[in-house]
Design a protein around this ligand. Structure first.
Ligand SMILES: NC(=O)c1ccc[n+]([C@@H]2O[C@H](COP(=O)([O-])OP(=O)(O)OC[C@H]3O[C@@H](n4cnc5c(N)ncnc54)[C@H](O)[C@@H]3O)[C@@H](O)[C@H]2O)c1
Length: 258
């Protein structure tokens, strides 16, 4: 039986670990030709090698999404290696959390250059290919921070709000030409970034338990629980879904904590 993405070439940014690596794994299992567009050469190559060893089609291209030239070169390499892409997942992201009045200009710049401008670089580089085919899907990995605010996390939520805005603007701009643009907003997902956060407390296990107890499902999500929704949005199963925000947070953002 053909996979759900068997006719697609998909670029996934930041796929060297965490949510991006899980998306690469699930996409490859669903038959996609997968480009790992990752800044870290060790993790990026390791993910691609693991997929190749499993018999999937994968290619690592070292990419800094903050650098427009690097992203353009990665898309050109994708076209050379696999042909024109049909899917882009803008997953690369960094946490920059501060009090607004302590934030330096360079930290603001670092956050926006990856979390918002980086996603735009990807969109701008792949859109001509998607439009030429009249068929394509862009999936932006935003966050619950794209519509909720946690104090002292500035300016990350500003960039993620912008990413939702860009998702909606591009969805409308290109809806008539067969290109869909959607966002996934994960809540607490078990990745290294959150393990590091728990490890910053004197009792990491207790802090993790405290986080889990605050979730409606009494647990955090797995990377696969973000990857499967990404498979759906990338696939033709979602052919009438564009400009949508798929919240993947176990219900947390609906819960009133007062
Ligand atoms: N983990 C969560 O709980 C959570 C929640 C909401 C949203 N998100 C979002 O999901 C995405 C992935 O998060 P994660 O937890 O897997 O993070 P992660 O830090 O584990 O992985 C991010 C990957 O992106 C890569 N990367 C960073 N800067 C890059 C750049 N300039 N160019 C290319 N690659 C770059 C990193 O090397 C890393 O491999 C991010 O956009 C993040 O904001 C995560």
């Amino acid at each position: 039986m053909p996979g759900r993405l068997s006719d697609k070439t998909a670029i996934i940014t930041g796929a060297g670990q965490g949510i991006g690596a899980a998306i690469a794994q699930r996409f490859a299992e669903e038959g996609a030709r997968v480009v790992i567009a990752e800044i870290n050469p060790t993790t990026g190559a390791a993910v691609a090698d693991a997929l190749l060893r499993q018999g999937h089609r994968a290619h690592f291209v070292q990419t800094d999404v903050a650098d427009a030239g690097s992203v353009e070169a990665m898309v050109a390499e994708t076209v050379r290696h696999f042909g024109a892409p049909q899917v882009l997942v803008n997953n690369a992201g960094i946490n920059v959390f501060d009090d607004p009045l302590h934030l330096t200009d360079s930290a603001w710049q670092r956050c926006f250059s990856v979390d918002l401008l980086g996603a735009w670089h990807g969109c701008r580089a792949v859109l001509p290919h998607l439009l030429a085919e009249g068929n394509g899907s862009i999936v932006n990995i935003a966050s619950v921070h794209a519509f909720q605010i946690i104090p002292h996390t500035f300016p990350y939520p500003v960039a993620k709000h912008g990413l939702l805005g860009m998702t909606r603007a591009l969805a409308i701009e290109y809806a008539a030409q067969g290109v869909r643009v959607n966002a996934i907003c994960p809540g607490w997902i078990l990745t290294q970034i959150n393990v590091d956060y728990w490890n910053s407390f004197p009792d990491p296990a207790a802090e993790r338990a405290r986080t889990e107890a605050r979730q409606p499902m009494q647990r955090v999500g797995s990377v696969d629980e973000v990857a499967w929704p990404a498979v759906f949005l990338a696939s033709d199963e979602a052919s009438f879904v564009t400009g949508a925000t798929l919240v993947v947070d176990g219900g947390k953002s609906l819960q009133f904590d007062g």
